[in-house]
Design a protein around this ligand. Structure first.
Ligand code: AP5
Ligand code: ZN
Length: 217
């Protein structure tokens, strides 16, 4: 299956993607995680991306689209993938369509995680991620690690993301409304969008998403 996950910052895309990708046996491809891995390795791409991310802006398409396509070309993505955080504007959505069409492939579904804004603010405020792998995500209150400050998955140190400061979060939400929300209508026109109410326990949301995919809604 080829699936796109959309939703505001802090909606739980990364959290759900980890479970959905495992259940569906497809790789979880997060452009945010790819950028953070480049930042921690100090690559030129990471250095360029960091300034945009810290300001809450999108990294330019000229960098992002190539990076996402390189990742989709990896052998583990040959039979499907779950895209998290890509595409994030109309230009990226159109580029993805061209990429897929050129390979005779298509998307199966776009899952839109729906969460009220006051809840995403709470989720982001308590988020702690792993220094070794930013796809290991916890919450100080809602999704506590077994030992405080330590990643359950790999033992790495947990910390707060630089772009989770309040003023940056406000900017990210604004960018989501102006740049990313339009892709939902773009995919509605292709009849691909399934809205998933994303309040409630992590496992309940996963269940909703899995049944939506199984029922081909
Ligand atoms: P990215 O890393 O993609 O961030 P985002 O889209 O803002 O999403 P988040 O990671 O903030 O949230 P999430 O929805 O994954 O929520 P999570 O599962 O962590 O992008 C960061 C930056 O990179 C962008 O601002 C941009 O600069 C750049 N970038 C990335 N992709 C790009 C692209 N395509 N083009 C251009 N630039 C790009 O959950 C949040 C918290 O809530 C966690 O603490 C979690 O434990 C908790 N939680 C999750 N589910 C629940 C639940 N059901 N109940 C209670 N708590 C929950
Ligand atoms: Zn970890």
């Amino acid at each position: 299956m080829r699936i796109v996950l959309v939703g505001p910052p802090g909606a739980g895309k990364g959290t759900q993607a980890a479970y959905l990708a495992k259940n569906l046996a497809i790789p979880h491809i997060s452009t945010g995680d790819l950028f953070r891995a480049n930042i921690s390795q100090g690559t030129p791409l990471g250095v360029e991306a960091k300034s945009y991310m810290d300001a809450g802006n999108l990294v330019p398409d000229s960098v992002t689209i190539g990076m996402a396509e390189d990742r989709m070309e990896q052998p583990d993505a040959a039979d499907g993938f779950l895209l998290d955080g890509f595409p994030r504007n109309l230009g990226q959505a159109e580029a993805l369509d061209v990429y897929l069409k050129g390979r005779n492939l298509k998307l199966d579904a776009v899952l839109d995680l729906e969460v009220p804004e006051d809840e995403v603010v709470k989720r982001i405020a308590g988020r702690r991620i792993c220094r070794k792998d930013s796809s290991h995500v916890f919450h100080a209150e809602y999704n506590k690690p077994k030992a405080e400050g330590v990643c359950d998955v790999c033992g790495g140190e947990l910390y707060q993301r630089d772009d989770d400061r309040e003023e940056t979060v406000r900017k990210r939400l604004e960018v989501y409304h102006t740049e990313t929300e339009p892709i939902i209508d773009y995919y509605k026109a292709q009849d691909l969008v399934v809205t998933i109410p994303a309040l409630g326990k992590v496992a309940e949301v996963t269940q909703r998403a899995m049944s939506a995919l199984e029922n081909g809604e």
